[in-house]
Design a protein around this ligand. Sequence first.
Ligand code: TEU
Length: 482
Amino acid sequence: MWWEQAVIYQVYVRSFQDTDGDGVGDLPGVTAHLDHIASLGAKAVWLSPIYPSPNADFGYDVSDFTDVEPVFGTLADLDALVARAHQLGLKVVLDFVPCHTSTEHAWFREHPEYYVWADAPANNWRAAFGGSSWGRDEQSGRYYLHSFFPEQADLNWRNPEVREQMTGAMRFWLDRGIDGFRLDALDRLMKDPDLRDDPPATHRPELPGDAADLELDHIHSRNAPDLGSALIEIRAAVGDALLVGEVYLPIAEAVPYLESLDVVFNFEELFAVGDPDRLRDAIEAGLRTGGQGWVLSNHDFSRLVTRAGVPNARAVTLLLLSLPGPVFLFQGDELGIGDTRMKGPEQDRNHRDPFRTPMLWDDNEPHAGFSTRDPWLTPSDPVPPAVAQQRDDPASVLSLTRNAIALRERLGAEQGRVLSSAPGTLAVERGGHVIAVNLSGSPAPSPAPLASGQIVLEARPGDGADPSVIPPHGGWVAKLSG
Ligand code: TEU
């Protein structure tokens, strides 16, 4: 399948390229820069939600599943984007949000039976972004379930009509040439039918979460035992389109989702990149599991540069891009963008804005070429050089990213194995190569005997020419001798 070793590039449409001068990115802006994505060697582009939305959660509160948000453009703009992508050999993956709708979706009034209701808050469940999961509907005086913001009412996937409507919407996009879906927040798709209380937490959660994750074990409010039945219907509706699940669970618990999905994100890896031991565990778990995708960054969490730490970001980028299976690259990862703070009134408006800063196309243009006027979000911290400034610099993060992606062809599909290596280092052998990175501050011995001249790619050009040593905060990919 096309996605098995693919690099999939995530576009946060609001922040990619503005073409109509309103300071917000749009679909024609994505189309205009698809050649950049193709030139990286990515095989697909995943678009953050493009549907009409009141933007309580920037597109993840959908008010119509079969149209395009006017600020982003029109259905015709999307058709043009898909046509251009396919011309360039890129697949197009849409972010689909099956768990909830905006409370401004017409269904919320016309089809209340599509949602989960109670006369009073029915249990102790907590919403991901704080507070009770039960929101009061002022009009009826009743309470509806919401796993995220109160503006995002949870759909009731035990109602067959909901399943029909949602799978119908997915088919609508497939008919327009879409190649797959990233399915949002899937572990919240179905909950305990009896709405039982979540018990007090007995241990620290394996993945970071909100304060409520330290208080409650979310065993009833997510990941219901019969959730797989909905996934089977989704799979039946979409044929062999790519289905990537955002399942916010440790990878071992996400495995059952792979009965219907092609890929789930490896979140353990995402949170482990700052700690070589945890990262080794996460990579080993991922290699064992298969069917999972490595994530450099996404729009919800601190950027790779910030999580890995500036000195190690290049080495971690090289490592993750050299692993088998799909790899998800968030726009700006290829430039080395880290978290930024916001200017003026934008400061602290949304706790995830620091990871969603506008793309940097050309430092000689106003707003680095993102927009002709003030962008919707303006970083206040220094940002790395833009695409035009990094493109021809062999030492740039952009060159490293492009070269590491090109190297994936040579490494092939072999799962590979983690080698034992010096403390603070990580080494993987696969496809006749060793990928070794050193996340410590001192030089470390090579994990395997390599002849000199075998290095095919370095995370720090010029520093690591000796394959008997992994340079501090560096790394390389080298051919195995013999
Ligand atoms: O994210 C799901 C999500 O945010 C949770 O898994 C969260 O990380 C966890 O509960 C920890 O608190 C998706 C989108 O990526 C995100 O942008 C949306 O806000 C969210 O769903 C709601 O649609």
